[in-house]
Design a protein around this ligand. Structure first.
Ligand SMILES: Nc1ncnc2c1ncn2[C@@H]1O[C@H](COP(=O)(O)OP(=O)(O)O)[C@@H](O)[C@H]1O
Ligand SMILES: [Mg+2]
Length: 353
C-alpha cells in the first residue's frame, strides 16, 4: 500500500519538479514553451528571459532591414537570440533615462493584472554590462509601417482587443501610440494587437478622456508659474504654427535654459502647449487629423471589472520594479487612478443617457 501511495505521489509531482529543476538550472537549452499571447502570463516565459543563455545580439535595425521591413525608431534596440530557441528584444538607455526600461516592465506587469492589452513578457536585465529591458520577441509577417497592410490586418482584430488597447493607453498614460509601436500577430481565427514600446508611461501628463494628452516636455524653476493651487489650464493652450527653435526662443527667451533649446527638437505643423507648475506641457500630435486617439465608446464588461480593481496597492505592485525612480511618486500613481475614474465616469454617464 505504502509503495502505491509513493508511486502516485511520484507520478503527480515528478513533472512539475522536473520543470522547476529545468527553470532553476541556467542551462535552458532543452526548455521550450508556447509563446502565444494567451500564454504571456506564464512565469516560465519570464524565467526563459531571465536565465536563457545569450547566443547572439544584433542591432534591431539590421534585423528589420534584412527582412525587408521598415524602420521607425531611434533608441538602442537589439535582437537577442537565446539558447532555448526563443528570441528577445533588448533595449538599453543612458542611466538618466533608465526609468524608460522600468516603465516597459511595469507596462507588462499592468497587462498581467488587468488581463489586457497584449504586451510581450518583459524583464529587467543586464547584458554586456548594460542595463535595460528584455522583452519576448514577437515574430510577425505584417509590417505595421506599411499602411495598407496594417489597416487590412486591423480588420481582423476583435472589438474587445481594440477597445482594451485604447483604454490601457489612456489609463496608463501611453501617449506614444500608433503603428510604429504596435505589432499585429496573425492567428488562425483572429489577429492580435501587440503593444510594444510602452516606456512613455513614465512621463507625467494631463488629459481629458476623448482628447490628446499634454505631456511634460521640460521642467524649469525659472518658469515661476506660482499656480500650484490651480487646475491644469486645458482651455488656455497656446499654438505655434510650423515651430522652430528660433520661434520658441523668441517666446520663452531666458525663461528656459540653453540646455532646453539644444535638447528639444521641434517638428510637425503645430506646437500646442501649456505652461503649468513650472513646466512646459506639449500636446503631441495636435493638428494631426490622422492620429488615432486613445478613446473608445465601448467598455467590455471584464475590462470594467479590471479597471475597478485598480487601487494604490495594486499600482504599487505593478510598479514595484521601478521603486526609487524619480517618476514613481504618489502623485504619479494617483493620476493613473484619476484617468481610470474618468473612463468609468464616462461610461456611467453614457449608460444613463
Ligand atoms: N517585442 C518585440 N517583438 C518584435 N519586434 C519588436 C519588439 N519590440 C520592438 N520590436 C521592434 O523594434 C523596433 C524598435 O522598438 P521600440 O521599442 O519601438 O524602440 P524605440 O523606443 O526606439 O522606439 C520596433 O519598431 C519593432 O520593429
Ligand atoms: Mg518605438
Amino acid at each position: 500500500m505504502k509503495s502505491v501511495v509513493f508511486f502516485c505521489f511520484f507520478i503527480l509531482f515528478l513533472p512539475s519538479r522536473i520543470l522547476l529543476a529545468e527553470i532553476n538550472n541556467s542551462n535552458l537549452s532543452q526548455f521550450s514553451i508556447d509563446t502565444h499571447p494567451k500564454n504571456w502570463k506564464n512565469d516560465q516565459i519570464l524565467a526563459i528571459l531571465k536565465k536563457g543563455k545569450i547566443i547572439s545580439i544584433r542591432p534591431m535595425k539590421e534585423h528589420l532591414e534584412s527582412c525587408g521591413k521598415k524602420v521607425e525608431f531611434d533608441g538602442e534596440v537589439y535582437l537577442v537570440e537565446l539558447d532555448n530557441g526563443h528570441k528577445a528584444v533588448f533595449k538599453t538607455f543612458p542611466p538618466r533615462h533608465m526609468a524608460d526600461a522600468y516603465a516597459e516592465v511595469a507596462a507588462y506587469e499592468a497587462s498581467r493584472v488587468l488581463g489586457f492589452p497584449h504586451i510581450p513578457p518583459t524583464v529587467m536585465t543586464t547584458l554586456k554590462d548594460q542595463k535595460g529591458s528584455l522583452q519576448l520577441f514577437v515574430e510577425t509577417d505584417v509590417d505595421s509601417l506599411v499602411p495598407d497592410l496594417y489597416e487590412a490586418a486591423l480588420k481582423n482584430v476583435s472589438a474587445d482587443d481594440m477597445a482594451n488597447l485604447k483604454l490601457f493607453y489612456f489609463v496608463f498614460g501611453q501617449w506614444d501610440t500608433g503603428p510604429h509601436n504596435t505589432l499585429i500577430l496573425k492567428d488562425k481565427t483572429q489577429n492580435y494587437l501587440i503593444a510594444i514600446d510602452n516606456s512613455a508611461i513614465c512621463n507625467p501628463q494631463y488629459v481629458r478622456y476623448g482628447e490628446l494628452p499634454f505631456v511634460q516636455l521640460y521642467y524649469s524653476d525659472r518658469l515661476q508659474t506660482n499656480d500650484d493651487d490651480k487646475p491644469f489650464p486645458f482651455d488656455q493652450a497656446e499654438i505655434i504654427k510650423k515651430p522652430t527653435t528660433q520661434k520658441i526662443r523668441k517666446i520663452f527667451g531666458h525663461k528656459l535654459p540653453e540646455d532646453f533649446y539644444q535638447q528639444i527638437k521641434f517638428y510637425g505643423p503645430t506646437f500646442r502647449y501649456v505652461i503649468y507648475r513650472n513646466a512646459l506641457w506639449k500636446q503631441f500630435h495636435a493638428g494631426d487629423e490622422d492620429f488615432v486617439l486613445s478613446f473608445t465608446d465601448y467598455l467590455p464588461e471584464q475590462t470594467r471589472k479590471s479597471l475597478e480593481g485598480l487601487n494604490l496597492a495594486v499600482l504599487k505592485r505593478i510598479f514595484a520594479c521601478a521603486k526609487g525612480e524619480a517618476f514613481l511618486t504618489p502623485g504619479y500613481l494617483q493620476t493613473i487612478l484619476d484617468r481610470r475614474d474618468q473612463v468609468l465616469t464616462y461610461f456611467k454617464r453614457k449608460a444613463l443617457s
